[in-house]
Design a protein around this ligand. Structure first.
Ligand SMILES: Cc1cc2nc3c(=O)[nH]c(=O)nc-3n(C[C@H](O)[C@H](O)[C@H](O)COP(=O)(O)OP(=O)(O)OC[C@H]3O[C@@H](n4cnc5c(N)ncnc54)[C@H](O)[C@@H]3O)c2cc1C
Length: 213
């Protein structure tokens, strides 16, 4: 009797990670009519940083009319002590309004005031520009995103722990994974999206006291 089984899967876009980033990437890949597969080491959506976050999102266009993406970018670059990748900051700050609109269309309920999205001001931002999920919980965001991905027909390979990426010709071609019940996966893909979170570990932790000095 075999003690392990191996499954081979092929797809166009392999998304590794079932938090906000992975779900969003998978929805976009599916909308581009690609054969997408989302893999997560645990239950999609509810076992991610996105789920336990406070669901607060910096996004211009909902608060004071003087505020805009350029001001948001300047605050972000300054707050990041000019260490940020500025082209990435520009893209994020320009897209943030449309992304909040997209989340609304997915069924996310935001905190409201007088029939408008309520914005709050947080340290480092010149304007009140943060919107938030109505319960201040990441589940406000990730559960509707998961439903949208399911509706769009994104298949989930749940509880597959990705162990290694493999490459050929200097290009990532896929990944290997394992499940807790002893199945081994070889996942071949034209494109691999790494959305496994944890990127905050790229920077040393500093206490708020140091930060505001
Ligand atoms: C307590 C807390 C509060 C926060 N509040 C806010 C906030 O209010 N606003 C804000 O903007 N940010 C907040 N953040 C930060 C924010 O939550 C994260 O930056 C964001 O959720 C990261 O999303 P992600 O999809 O990249 O990663 P995650 O949501 O962490 O998803 C990672 C996914 O990858 C999967 N995965 C990881 N390794 C593997 C592997 N080897 N194989 C297969 N799958 C794997 C995980 O299971 C998970 O599904 C908060 C964070 C915390 C911890």
């Amino acid at each position: 009797m075999p003690v392990w089984r191996e499954e081979k899967l092929d797809c166009d876009v392999l998304v590794i990670g079932g938090g906000g980033a992975g779900l969003r990437a998978a929805i976009t890949a599916k909308a581009c009519d690609t054969d997408v597969l989302l893999v997560s080491k645990v239950k999609v959506g509810s076992t991610s940083n996105t789920y336990i976050s406070k669901a607060v999102i910096a996004s211009t266009g909902w608060g004071p009319p003087d505020d805009n993406a350029r001001t948001h970018m300047a605050d972000t670059v300054k707050g990041g002590r000019f260490l940020n990748d500025q082209s990435l900051v520009a893209r994020v700050t320009e897209r943030s309004h449309a992304e909040v609109q997209f989340l609304k269309e997915c069924g996310v309920h935001f905190g409201m005031q007088a029939k408008k999205l309520r914005v709050i001001q947080t340290p480092g931002h010149r304007y009140a520009r943060h919107v938030y999920g109505e319960n201040w919980r990441g589940s406000d965001l990730v559960i509707p995103l998961k439903h949208r991905a399911k509706q769009a027909g994104v298949p989930f390979a749940k509880q597959v722990y990705v162990t290694r990426l493999f490459a050929d010709d200097n290009r990532v071609r896929g990944a290997t994974g394992i499940t807790s019940d002893g199945r081994f996966y070889t996942l071949h893909a034209k494109v691999v999206v790494l959305a496994t979170g944890g990127y905050a570990q790229n920077w040393p932790a500093i206490s708020p006291v140091q930060y505001y000095r």
